[in-house]
Design a protein around this ligand. Structure first.
Ligand SMILES: [Zn+2]
Ligand SMILES: [Zn+2]
Length: 134
């Protein structure tokens, strides 16, 4: 937890027990929805509302501390900002896994004449995870 406190300070985000609890869940689950976060911490913070969880997440997203992951057919997921990566998504159980692939080549295949400037690449692979396949 210490490393997150340091990181929060570096990002100039106010440290609160709620925020640390949210970060801890993201660290443990990798990718988690706001509703799941809320369900898991409401016992510890009974006064906390779903709206407050959203507010905390938005504040940490503004500082690039947390990233939002939009997946068709699922609630938006949130994860701690880390090295650029793509995602493997299981269509059976909803599992989301990070995968490191080279997306530079993809970007290069965008036609030069389109004049489009890529700011960010997000690649998602849909399929069946190891567990569901066996
Ligand atoms: Zn699966
Ligand atoms: Zn991820």
């Amino acid at each position: 937890m210490q490393k997150y406190m340091t990181l929060l300070k570096e990002h100039q985000i106010k440290i609160t027990p709620q925020r640390l609890a949210i970060i801890e869940l993201m660290d443990r689950y990798g990718h988690i929805s706001v509703r799941d976060i809320y369900e898991k911490i409401k016992a510890t913070f009974p006064s906390l509302s779903l709206a407050t969880v959203y507010k905390n997440i938005n504040a940490m997203m503004d500082s690039d501390f947390i990233k939002e992951l939009k997946i068709v057919g699922q609630d938006n997921k949130y994860e701690l900002a880390k090295e650029r990566h793509s995602h493997l998504i299981c269509q059976k159980c909803g599992m989301i896994e990070d995968v490191h692939i080279d997306t530079q080549g993809l970007q290069k295949s965008i036609p030069v004449e389109s004049g489009f400037r890529v700011a960010e690449t997000s690649v998602q692979f849909f399929g069946t995870c190891k567990q569901c396949a066996s």
